[in-house]
Ligand binder design. Structure first.
Ligand SMILES: Nc1ncnc2c1ncn2[C@@H]1O[C@H](COP(=O)(O)OP(=O)(O)OP(=O)(O)O)[C@@H](O)[C@H]1O
Ligand SMILES: [Mg+2]
Length: 291
């Protein structure tokens, strides 16, 4: 059952705390969490990486671009509080900022989705700007706005498909973050994903890069997991993050309470891994931006 969080609910030490002193303003970095394979940990990564980045002082916006709405329910945002959704934003009936809601985690915000999103392709499939709807919606965030949250990271949770929604995410993103589950068919479909990234780069977004590949649901008791890690590292080289997310039951329990695992159990192995991933991503960001 979904436990609806009230903003008064205490947040564990390590997640709460005062906002850091703001550095010089910079536009948000937009990362699309994408893999057309279902159930590989996209939403779990969007929620928990978002929470970890917020915990270390970033202002984070998660955009739920999946009609399943798992990022929205996983963050305890019930349907009634979704006044505007990403569907309204993409069809042009609401500004992105109007869809943004706060979460129980300080500095973590969400633009929720609803099932309506599944009909988007039929509605805007013929529009000339159909692939740029999200990019256009994000444009106002590229200017510092007084009295509003100035996001430093935007994470887009994509659906398990290479459809118009995922293309919108890729056209809007600086980089793609690819979760890969440590299972036998991990690499299957990866070449298709890379091909799509290449097409988006050629046709829609020349600056798009692969930020990195994060291995998820690693099970140290299973020999296969180790083999998958070796295969993926051989295929993707340094694009694979050092951090590996372990299979951890606390990670899978947390969404049913409407909480990120970092709030549900800060000390579990899953939370620790997502904190390490956030640090690694910030480090890689510095390298990417410097390069
Ligand atoms: N590290 C983990 N340990 C244990 N369970 C996990 C872990 N990561 C994800 N899961 C569980 O695996 C399932 C799939 O994860 P998730 O929903 O994040 O995948 P997804 O790629 O977003 O799926 P979809 O393609 O349907 O959007 C969920 O039940 C989730 O709780
Ligand atoms: Mg998902």
């Amino acid at each position: 059952m979904i436990n609806e969080l009230s903003s008064a609910e205490p947040v564990p030490e390590g997640i709460s705390g005062p906002a850091p002193i703001a550095g010089p303003w910079r536009p948000p970095r937009v990362l699309a969490v994408a893999n057309q394979k279902g159930g590989v940990g996209k939403t779990t990564t969007a929620i928990n990486l978002g929470t970890a980045l917020a915990a270390i002082g970033e202002q984070v916006l998660i955009i739920d671009l999946d009609p399943q709405g798992n990022a929205s329910t996983g963050l305890g945002i019930d349907r009634r509080s979704r006044r505007y959704s990403t569907y309204d934003v993409l069809i042009g009936e609401a500004a992105l900022r109007d869809a943004v809601v706060e979460t129980a985690v300080p500095r973590l915000h969400l633009a929720p989705s609803t099932m309506d999103l599944s009909g988007l392709e039929l509605e805007i499939g013929q529009a000339r700007d159909r692939a740029y709807r999200l990019r256009n919606a994000l444009a106002p965030l590229n200017a510092a706005t007084s009295g509003a949250v100035n996001f430093t990271y935007v994470l887009v949770d994509c659906p398990p498909s290479l459809n118009l929604l995922t293309v919108n995410a890729m056209a809007a993103a600086h980089a793609i973050l690819v979760p890969l589950q440590c299972e036998f068919f991990a690499l299957e479909g990866l070449s298709q994903l890379l091909k799509t990234v290449e097409q988006v780069r050629e046709q829609l977004n020349p600056d798009l890069t692969i930020h990195g590949v994060v291995l998820t649901m690693y099970d140290s008791r299973n020999n296969l997991s180790g083999q998958v890690v070796a295969d993926v590292r051989e295929f993707m080289g340094s694009k694979v993050y050092d951090t590996i997310i372990p299979r951890n039951v606390r990670v899978s329990e947390a969404p049913s309470y409407g909480k990120p695992v970092l709030v549900y159990d800060l000390k579990c192995s899953g939370s620790e891994a997502y904190l390490r991933l956030a640090t690694e991503i910030i480090q890689r960001e510095k390298e990417l931006c410097a390069g």
